[in-house]
Design a binder for this molecule. Structure first.
Ligand code: GLU
Length: 299
């Protein structure tokens, strides 16, 4: 193994809402290879922020599956569920900056007002809310465009107010927003680059906006193409993608390499997992995934 002397710090941050499936293994492997090829650290964070969707048995299963695939992480596992104080402090800060406002809009109410593509129309900013009814907290956005450079997608830009609208920072059911948690955790773990699926590119603008408000450093970003199933939808727990803990690890890992455009030789399968991962590290390049526009899952 190469010496881990570089300052690169990457991470894999699964949500324990189901077992690890091929799509999440693919992201795990990509972020692992990127970190290892830079002699950097690869950290693991469990995004168990939402108690209604996350289950501790899935956390255990995910950790076991990563071990089964010999994807060894550095340092101790980081859990979002233990970070509420940090999230609350940041929320207080935004409150002090007078950027938050209560919202009681329901999905039904939004639909009745024909709110376009889920872009919040700022209704509760100009209407009174009932103090006896549960509210979410939304952040008031400026009318500016936000742009950043993505290592895979290049320069990208979004008008947050127009494309998303004032978004929720604290849910009605008392759960902190994922965008807030992610930026504070990436900071706490000293992450230098976030490599994740392209489906999360859109949330990056919201996260950078919050980083700027809270004086949190912006890491580098690399959003790789996601794998879709035969129906064209992203391979995910929702589309019942297969649990990889029941697939043969060496063959599955090599199949992940194929999806990452690494062209593994057929004899690689006769080696042990460690050697297969070393081969992946030596042959990995972000440029190879850059060439992919869409990836369809192949067995
Ligand atoms: N927990 C998120 C997921 O499983 C990923 C968060 C991130 O990588 O920033 O989709």
């Amino acid at each position: 193994m190469p010496l881990k002397d570089s300052s690169y710090r990457g991470r894999f941050a699964p949500s324990p809402t189901g077992p690890l499936h091929f799509g999440s293994l693919y992201t795990a492997v990509a972020s692992y290879l990127q970190a290892r090829s830079k002699n950097g650290k690869w950290l693991l964070r469990i995004d168990d922020l939402d108690p209604f969707r996350c289950k501790s048995e899935y956390t255990t299963q995910i950790l076991n599956t990563l071990e089964q695939y010999k994807l060894e992480w550095d340092e101790s596992v980081f859990y979002q569920s233990s970070r509420c104080n940090a999230y609350q402090q940041a929320l207080n800060r935004l409150q002090q900056l007078n950027l938050l406002y209560p919202c009681q809009c329901s999905r039904k109410g939004l639909a009745a007002r024909h709110v376009k593509d889920g872009v919040y129309d700022g209704y509760c900013l100009t209407h009174d809310t009932n103090p006896n009814t549960a509210s979410s907290l939304r952040i008031r956005l400026p009318n500016t465009k936000l742009s950043f450079f993505d290592a895979v997608q290049g320069q990208t830009i979004q008008d947050l107010k127009q494309c998303v609208g004032d978004f929720v920072m604290f849910r009605k059911d008392q759960v902190y927003a994922y965008h807030l948690a992610v930026i504070l955790d990436d900071q706490a773990q000293d992450i230098t680059e976030v490599l994740r699926g392209h489906d999360l590119l859109d949330s990056t603008y919201r996260q950078i906006h919050l980083q700027q408000l809270l004086n949190v450093p912006t890491p580098n970003y690399a959003h790789i193409p996601v794998i879709s199933g035969l129906d064209g939808a992203k391979l995910s727990k929702q589309t019942f993608a297969e649990d990889v803990s029941i697939s043969p690890p060496r063959e599955t890992l090599i199949n992940v390499f194929k999806h990452l455009n690494l062209n593994p030789p057929s004899e690689l399968v006769s080696h042990d997992l460690q050697t297969i991962l070393e081969w992946g590290t030596n042959n990995w390049s972000l440029d190879k995934v850059q060439d992919l526009t869409s990836i369809q899952f192949k067995r």
